[in-house]
Design a protein around this ligand. Structure first.
Ligand code: AMP
Ligand code: MG
Length: 343
């Protein structure tokens, strides 16, 4: 595995490597992706192998310009109302953390779509991702760059620690700013259906569509998902994780070798005050006791979610207690990931 920086010369190398059928991990605004040429079945097969990902779980295909959609998908064959929605959503949220499920182009290898008649497409906003994809001239299939079912990577270090030599190249472009995966929206059904909550909130999508969208916000109990990222156990740390509502979290006693991951600095402060009133709420956080956002911002909490879990997972704790986020906006994506990370 070769580590690359985000300088122009290294991005050229990454692009040529993609064209040559190599696996290239690169940053996007959501999480790091493990990229392969979407039209190269051998490269796609290596993605499934590197991740230990079952072949029934289709990949998201990334493009770097709206007009490239026609290379992989056929929005033009959608019924007129759905086609209009495609135009609306892509104009508003692309480039960005929204994946659209559309009728596929027949030429796309079955491995990219797991044989489905649809393909999931995203136009990422991250400048490094866009540059690599554009320079490669490929449509780039890129699932998250982690072993199947484990915590998603939001830094090059996370990728190196989890995939190591299984990636041919890793491009280090810093921390992924959104921190949770894209929202997956199926536009082939009416009304459109959210298959996975993510970086674009249900509220924002519904405001634009002017209608309610299908899909439960949290499919954690689903056993036969139509988006395999919705499998009950996914995004999981190795340490057992227990999820609690705010009030329940506050009542937990502090125990040794145990992690406590609060949503906000406020709830952390309240909990600390209950443990040791004499110490007061201002005591500094420790590696095993942390808040995702000091101010209680869901965007900040989402941005730091996977890195906080990676760090706590490395501490060898007996278990991690985590507090639910408020269930709206990006908080829904955070709760979805915590739900699937929990036992
Ligand atoms: P990831 O592997 O983290 O990039 O997640 C990709 C997500 O997109 C998974 O939840 C997939 O199941 C979902 N996905 C990809 N293609 C399709 C498709 N054609 N229909 C429905 N969901 C899809
Ligand atoms: Mg993933």
């Amino acid at each position: 595995m070769t580590l690359l920086s985000a300088c122009d010369a290294d991005l050229e190398i990454a692009a040529v490597a993609l064209r040559d059928g190599c696996l290239v991990a690169f940053p996007t605004e959501t999480v790091y992706g493990l990229g392969a040429d979407a039209f190269n079945p051998r490269a796609l097969a290596r993605v499934f192998e590197a991740k230990g990902r079952p072949r029934f779980d289709p990949l998201i295909v990334h493009i770097a310009a709206l007009e490239d959609i026609s290379r992989v998908a056929r929005p033009e064959i959608l019924p007129s109302e759905s086609r209009a929605r495609f135009e609306l959503f892509s104009a508003e949220f692309w480039p960005g953390p929204l994946t659209l499920v559309l009728p596929r182009r027949a030429e796309l290898p079955d491995l990219a779509t797991s044989g489905l008649p649809t393909v999931a497409v995203r136009f990422p906003a991250h400048p490094v991702a866009r540059k690599i994809i554009a320079l490669s001239t490929c449509a780039v299939a890129a699932p998250s760059a982690n072993p199947f079912g484990r915590l998603s990577p939001t830094s090059a270090d996370h990728v190196r620690n989890q995939l190591g030599e299984k990636a041919d190249f890793i491009v280090d472009g810093g921390i992924s700013p959104v921190g949770v995966e894209s929202t997956v929206l199926d536009l082939t059904v009416d009304p459109p259906r959210i298959l996975r909550p993510g970086g674009v909130s249900r509220e924002a999508l519904e405001a634009l569509a002017g209608t309610a969208l299908g899909g439960p916000d949290n499919n954690a109990g689903v056993t036969a998902p139509n988006s395999p990222g919705m499998l009950k156990s996914h995004y999981a740390p190795l340490t057992p994780l227990l999820l609690h509502g705010g009030a329940e979290m506050l009542r937990l006693p502090r125990e040794k070798n145990t992690g406590y991951l609060f949503f906000s600095g406020r709830s952390l402060g309240l909990w600390l005050a209950r443990q040791a009133p004499s110490v007061g709420p201002d005591r500094a956080e420790t590696p095993e006791i942390r808040a995702l956002s000091e101010t209680g911002s869901a965007a900040d909490a989402a941005a730091g979610l996977f890195s906080a879990l990676h760090r706590m997972d490395a501490l060898g704790l007996l278990c991690i207690h985590a507090e639910r986020a408020p269930d709206s906006g990006l908080g829904r994506a955070i709760n979805d990931r915590l739900e699937r990370a929990s036992c």
